[in-house]
Every structure is written in C-alpha cells, then in structure tokens.
Design a protein. Structure first.
Length: 130
C-alpha cells in the first residue's frame, strides 16, 4: 500500500504473498515477510511494474494490497461499516481520497475465492456507501 501512496507511513517490512510456505526474514537491508495464499486468490490483482531499465517487479494492485492486508491481519474480522471505517482511516491511516478510487467491481470478483470472505464483503459494503 505504501508503493501506491495509499498509506502515509514509511514501511519497515516488505510484505509479499506466495504460494509457498509463510516465512519471515530479517536482513541488513530490511525485514521481509511472505504469507501463503491459496490459488486462485493468489494470482488476482498482480501488476508488472518497471522499476528501472531491465528491472521489473510483480506488485499488488491497490485493491489487492488492501485485501491482502485485511486477510493477513491476525484477529481482524470486519463486521460493521463503522468498524471497517475505523480500520481503514484510524488503524491503516488510508488517505480518504483513496477510499473513492478503489475498483469495487474488481474487488468483488475476488471474494468467492478469497480467505476472510465476510470481512471483504463488509469492506465492499462500506466503500459503496461512501
């Protein structure tokens, strides 16, 4: 989410989604975490981004990054629009402008294959009412 400017904070850990086992690494250049996700959800919303000449990275779209954050946040279960707004604005500190930019049609299309379906449905419901 930091890559897209959705959150204002500096990132201290690079989080990635993988088909392999979940792992964490602490190296001299930073912390890296890998969280396992099931197919086909894993492949949704991935974009190929040119970082520099000859250097390309696969990066989650803004919508996928938000869904991944919700899914990978331990103990989080979004059950009301008020709770969801608080999570987005207070906990994640997402810029309010972004709340209107998310592609809800795309996000909705992933829900049936995603973990935490109810939380993602509540996210969509909350964003639709803004």
């Amino acid at each position: 989410m930091s890559y897209w400017g959705i959150i204002p904070e500096r990132v201290y850990e690079v989080s990635s989604i993988t088909l392999k086992s979940s792992k964490k690494y602490k190296t001299p250049i930073g912390r890296f975490s890998y969280r396992s996700m099931p197919v086909p959800y894993y492949s949704f919303g991935i974009r190929s981004i040119a970082l520099a000449p000859g250097q390309v990275a696969l990066v989650a779209s803004p919508e996928k990054a938000l869904c991944d954050k919700i899914i990978t946040t331990s103990g989080l279960s979004l059950r009301s629009p008020a709770q969801t707004r608080d999570f987005l604005l207070d906990d994640l500190r997402i810029d309010k402008e972004w709340l209107h930019k998310f592609n809800l049609k795309e996000l909705k299309s992933w829900i049936e294959d995603a973990p935490k379906k109810q939380s993602l449905r509540m996210l969509v419901k909350t964003l639709e009412k803004l």
